[in-house]
Design a protein around this ligand. Sequence first.
Ligand code: GDD
Ligand code: MN
Length: 360
Amino acid sequence: MQLSIIVPTYNEAPNVAELVRRIVAATRRSDEHPGIEAEIIFVDDSTDATPHVVRELAETSAIAIRLIHRELATGGLGGAVLEGFAVASSDACLVMDGDLQHPPEEIPALWERFEQGDVDVVIASRYRGGFSAEGLSDRTRVLVSKVSTAVTRAMFPIKLKDVSDPMTGFFLIDRRAAEAESLTPRGFKILLEILARKNLRIAEVPFHFAGRRAGQSKASVRQGMHFLTQLAALRFGKMSLFAVIGGLGALVNLAIVWALTSFDVNYIAAAIIAAETTIIGNFLLQERFVFHDMKDEASGVWSRFAKSFTFNNAELLIRIPIVALMVSAGHISVVIATAITLIVAFVVRFVFHSLVVYAP
Ligand code: GDD
Ligand code: MN
């Protein structure tokens, strides 16, 4: 088996026969191309006749067809795709919609690009090579799609540098590179989740996003909210862990100062030793637990450490005079001034680490 074609379906009974027919035609050996040995895996959460139609097609079609019908759907569309990855016979997994918005005739183009062997994922993009998306029928959908694509790309400027359509549901990926077992799908945009978490070699091919053949789109305001949560979690979900480590660091800092001064070490020396120890300790814990999946292997641990260490020391140096200024000019108590600066510093530190040290 060369290629596993994964099709998530939710009430696509009127569309699947046509889809299978066109996939068979597109992957068949012909004068123009040698053909692709493929299977189709339907991962289905339908409440309509889709599973029956698929079972019939499995008996009559000239292609291997498998059906996973889930009574207890977990993870919606994203979860369905991951289940497809898990059972696929081939590592090369193509994901496409079941409503024919993703034309099966494009499969050979994706496959040919993938077969060149130099990338982990080939993305079929609606935005490459001139905007072509009849499927985004009304102006509102076009606008929503364009704005959310721009926001997403701005949030992951480095990882999505060469990706014009991170929210497409049409792509071919080497499932080993996706490391699907480690993903927790949060919503519709499984590709975005994979791209944001891994460092993949990416290629794009253009395609024309067709209109839905029959039935209704499951996109909704609820899905939109889901998407926003997914984005926020990808970007800021690490913040709480970062805070816990920072808090522990502060406690360790105090303990060291206390221990050293009780051995008669000079207060300033004790404070410096404690601060540097916690800066290094925090860095190691954050490498290991907070940003473990965001490391850019090319940059190297020493370069990340240098950035983190410089930043934290600069922050330490700046914070002291600011506290002094708040106390003298603002008549704020030392404790409150310190607390305020620590909170601000925490946010700035987190933003710096997630955007600069562990650049997205
Ligand atoms: N198994 C399963 N479970 N499949 C689902 C579910 C679900 O909960 N929800 C939707 N699907 C299936 C649909 O049956 C269809 O085959 C495909 O996922 C896409 O769903 P649509 O309802 O057609 O969504 P769309 O057309 O709005 O979304 C398309 O465009 C988005 C970008 O604008 C899809 O291509 C998305 O993948 C893409 O992100
Ligand atoms: Mn659709």
